[in-house]
Design a protein around this ligand. Structure first.
Ligand code: ADP
Ligand code: MG
Length: 233
């Protein structure tokens, strides 16, 4: 597969389970080397100049033995941020994540949505240029998911990171992305690249009642459904 993502663009990749979405994301992040082909950022191999990449995974990856505050501090600590600057940036992250009052709570005492907010904010406080998200809200209930969609869009509209967001949830892809890449089932290829023509800012709830949303959904579902319907090998 071959595709480009523009600076500050929000791209979603959808496709059947096992088609290689996570693999692609790992290669974009420089975690896995492609056996053939090349991945470039600003015209240079991703392995030469690792861009400031933030990664958010499906399973919340917060550390159970660290409090909310110390989980959010983690990425900054790795980058050598210390003292008053560390404290200020963590405080700002906690505010943006709406986790004030939970600074000293341990993950086990939080809801799934709150834990995923901690994971998201731990990634965002380091101010990544490129944000790679692998079904980050996949394990959450619909209401929590919508809340986090609204929050993510708010954060993205303020900073405009370049985002590649993997999901198997088409509604989520339409709600969030500028462009959707639909993959075939394994071996994964690009089946369709679709521009989402829904203006911003988007209201994640009202959006779903609009004709535009229904239209986008119909067009992509038709294509994605073909991949889901046929039995795998
Ligand atoms: N192009 C490929 N060639 C060989 N194996 C692949 C390829 N893409 C993915 N895989 C393998 O297929 C499996 C599922 O891939 P994964 O990226 O986890 O899919 P998804 O995230 O879409 O569910 C993994 O074991 C992965 O190593
Ligand atoms: Mg995956």
């Amino acid at each position: 597969m071959s595709f480009e993502v523009a600076d500050a663009e929000f791209v979603a990749i959808v496709g059947p389970s096992g088609c290689g979405k996570s693999t692609i994301l790992n290669m974009l992040g420089g975690l896995v080397a492609p056996s053939a082909g090349a991945i470039e950022v600003d015209g240079r191999p991703v392995t030469d100049v690792p861009p400031r990449v933030g990664y958010v995974f499906q399973r919340d990856t917060v550390f159970p033995w660290r409090t909310v505050r110390r989980n959010i501090a983690l990425g900054l600590e790795y980058r050598g941020v210390r003292g008053a600057e560390l404290e200020a940036r963590v405080r700002e992250g906690i505010r943006l994540a709406g986790l004030e009052g939970f600074e000293d709570a341990f993950p086990a005492t939080l809801s799934g949505g709150m834990r995923q907010r901690v994971a998201l904010m731990r990634t965002l406080v380091v101010d990544p240029e490129i944000l790679l998200m692998d079904e980050p809200f996949g394990a959450l209930d619909t209401h929590t998911k919508l809340t986090l969609h609204a929050e993510l869009l708010g954060l993205w509209e303020a900073r405009h990171q370049t985002v590649v967001f993997v999901t198997h949830d088409l509604s989520e892809a339409i709600t969030l992305a500028d462009r959707i890449i639909v993959m075939t089932r394994r071996p994964g290829r690009i089946k369709l690249v679709h521009d989402v023509r829904i203006s911003r800012p988007r209201d994640v709830i009202k959006l779903r009642e609009t004709d535009e949303y229904a239209h986008e959904y119909g067009v992509i579902w038709h294509v994605l459904g073909e991949e889901l319907a046929e039995p795998g090998p």
